[in-house]
Design a protein around this ligand. Structure first.
Ligand code: 5GP
Ligand code: ZN
Length: 136
C-alpha cells in the first residue's frame, strides 16, 4: 500500500491525526471535512497514497463512489456535489486524492461553481474525439 510519511491524509489514515471517521474498510476512509462548505461536507479517500486520480489503481478507485453514495444518503441532502480536484490550478490543496461530498442546501451554502463554457464547432469536436479515443 503506497503511503507518504509527510502526507496529512496518510497521517489521518494511520490515526496519527484525529478525524471524525464516517466509514472505513481495507481500501477507503471517509471523514468529516474540518472546514466544511455545508453541513455534512465529508471527504472520501483511498488508503493508497497518490496525489492525482491517474496515480490511483482502478481497484482502489472503484471502492470510493459507493462510500460517497452512502454519505450523500446519510446527510439527507436532496442536492449535493461530488468534487475531486487535481493540481493546484484546479484548487487541490491536499496532495492525497480525495473526493468531496458537499451537500447543497441553498444558494449560499455548499459548493459555488463557475462554468465558463467555451464555444466550439462540430469539426473541432470531431478532431478532439478522434485524438482522445486514439489515446485511451
Ligand atoms: P482540496 O482543496 O485539496 O480539494 O481540499 C482539501 C480539503 O481537506 C479541504 O476542504 C480542507 O478543509 C480539508 N482538510 C485539510 N486538512 C484537514 C484535516 O487535517 N482534517 C480534515 N478533516 N480535513 C482537512
Ligand atoms: Zn497520503
Amino acid at each position: 500500500m503506497a503511503s507518504s510519511a509527510a502526507c496529512i491524509f496518510c497521517k489521518i489514515i494511520k490515526g496519527d491525526i484525529p478525524s471524525f471517521k464516517l466509514f472505513e474498510n481495507d481500501k477507503v476512509l471517509a471523514f468529516l471535512d474540518i472546514q466544511p462548505l455545508s453541513r455534512g461536507h465529508a471527504l472520501v479517500i483511498p488508503k493508497y497514497h497518490g496525489s492525482k486520480l491517474t496515480e490511483i489503481p482502478d481497484e482502489d478507485l472503484s471502492a470510493i463512489l459507493p462510500v460517497a453514495k452512502k454519505i450523500a444518503a446519510a446527510t439527507g441532502a436532496s442536492d449535493y456535489n461530488i468534487l475531486q480536484n487535481n493540481g493546484a490550478a484546479a484548487h487541490q490543496v491536499v496532495e492525497h486524492v480525495h473526493f468531496h461530498v458537499i451537500p447543497k442546501p441553498n444558494a449560499t451554502e455548499g459548493l459555488g461553481i463557475g462554468w465558463p463554457a467555451q464555444s466550439t464547432d462540430m469539426d473541432k469536436l470531431k478532431a478532439l474525439h478522434e485524438e482522445l479515443k486514439s489515446k485511451m
